[in-house]
Ligand binder design. Structure first.
Ligand SMILES: C[S@@+](CC[C@H](N)C(=O)[O-])C[C@H]1O[C@@H](n2cnc3c(N)ncnc32)[C@H](O)[C@@H]1O
Length: 275
C-alpha cells in the first residue's frame, strides 16, 4: 500500500480532532421518537417480514438498538455490530430491561464491520439509517460489502438505505464558508449524565463535490433547568454520498445481484441478493 498517497486524500484525514467518536448516544436517542424515525424503522420491519425469514439477522451499525429491539420483539435472533463502545453501552443497559426471552436472542460485537469474521451465516443483513455512507471511499465500501456478503447464506438479503440530500444544502456546502446553520432544535428531558437536561442543537454542512464527501458539524448545548449552559459538545460526522449506480456497481463486484430500490419520504431503500 502506498501510505503517502493514502494520507493525501482528504477522506483519510480526520476533519476534526474529535471526529473518531461521531455519535453521542444521549443526543442520538433524544431523536428516537420522531415520526420520521418510526416510519423508517417500520419500513425495515415490513421488508424483513416480507422475506418470510423469521430467522437470524445481522444488524450493521446497531447503535443504541432502536431497530434491534423491534426485531427481537418480532421473534428474530439478532447479531448486532457497532464500532462505538458508547453506543453499545447504551444498548446493553436498555437490553437489561427487555424480556429475557428477547435478550437471549441477542448477540453483540464491537468493531468495524469490515473486520467481522464470524463462523455463522445469516438470512438477512440490515444496514439502516444511511449506514453505508460511513465508508468514505468506494474501496472502503467494497470491503464492507464483501464482508457482509461473506456472512450471508446464498440468496440471503442485504437491506439498506441512503437518505436524499437537499441539492440546495449541498450547493451551499460546496461554496466558500461561512456556512449557514441548516437546522436548529431544542429537545427537553434528555438524559445527560443521568439527569434530565434540555439540549439545543445547531448543524451546518460542508460538501466536497469531487469526492462526494459531506461533513456535518454539530454543536450541542446542554442546558440546566434554570436556563444555564452546562456544557457544550462538538461532533463531526463525515459521510460519502454514493449514488445508486455506484452502490449497485460496488455491490455487484462484492458478490451481490438483483438490485431493487424504492424511494419513500426522502429515503431510498435498497435490497440486494447474495450470489
Ligand atoms: C446513524 S447510527 C444508526 C444506529 C442504528 N442503526 C439506528 O438506526 O438507531 C450509525 C451507527 O453505525 C455505527 N458505525 C459507523 N461506522 C461503522 C463501522 N464501520 N462498523 C460498525 N459500525 C459503524 C455508528 O457507531 C452508529 O452507531
Amino acid at each position: 500500500m502506498n501510505e503517502t498517497a493514502t494520507q493525501r486524500t482528504s477522506a483519510t484525514q480526520p476533519a476534526a480532532p474529535w471526529e473518531t467518536d461521531f455519535y453521542d448516544p444521549d443526543f442520538f436517542d433524544a431523536r428516537a421518537g420522531e415520526a420520521a424515525v418510526d416510519s423508517h424503522l417500520t419500513r425495515y420491519l415490513t421488508n424483513v417480514a416480507s422475506l418470510g425469514s423469521a430467522g437470524e439477522i445481522l444488524e450493521l451499525g446497531c447503535g443504541t438498538g432502536r431497530l434491534t429491539r423491534r426485531l427481537l420483539e418480532r421473534g428474530h435472533r439478532v447479531f448486532g455490530v457497532d464500532v462505538s463502545e458508547r453506543m453499545l453501552e447504551v444498548l446493553r443497559s436498555k437490553a437489561a430491561a427487555w424480556p429475557a426471552v428477547d435478550r437471549e436472542r441477542l448477540q453483540l460485537a464491537r468493531g468495524d464491520v469490515r473486520n467481522l469474521r464470524l463462523k455463522e451465516r445469516f438470512a438477512v443483513a440490515v444496514a439502516p439509517d444511511d449506514f453505508l455512507t460511513h465508508f468514505l471511499t468506494p474501496e472502503c465500501l467494497a470491503s464492507a460489502l464483501r464482508t457482509v456478503r461473506d456472512h450471508l447464506h446464498i440468496s440471503g438479503r442485504l437491506l439498506t438505505d441512503f437518505r436524499v440530500r437537499r441539492k440546495s444544502e449541498l450547493a451551499v456546502g460546496a461554496g466558500p464558508g461561512p456556512y449557514p446553520v441548516f437546522s436548529t432544535g431544542m429537545v427537553h428531558g434528555v438524559c445527560v449524565g443521568g439527569c434530565p437536561r434540555s439540549v439545543a442543537a445547531y448543524f451546518w454542512k460542508q460538501f466536497a463535490p469531487a469526492e462526494r464527501l459531506l461533513t456535518t458539524n454539530m454543536i450541542f448545548d446542554v442546558i440546566t433547568t434554570d436556563g444555564k449552559v452546562e456544557g457544550r459538545t462538538y461532533k463531526t460526522l463525515r459521510q460519502r454520498l454514493f449514488t445508486s449506480d455506484e452502490l449497485e456497481g460496488i455491490a455487484k463486484t462484492a458478490g451481490f445481484s438483483d438490485h431493487h430500490e424504492v424511494s419513500e419520504s426522502e429515503v431510498v431503500y435498497h435490497e440486494f441478493t447474495a450470489k
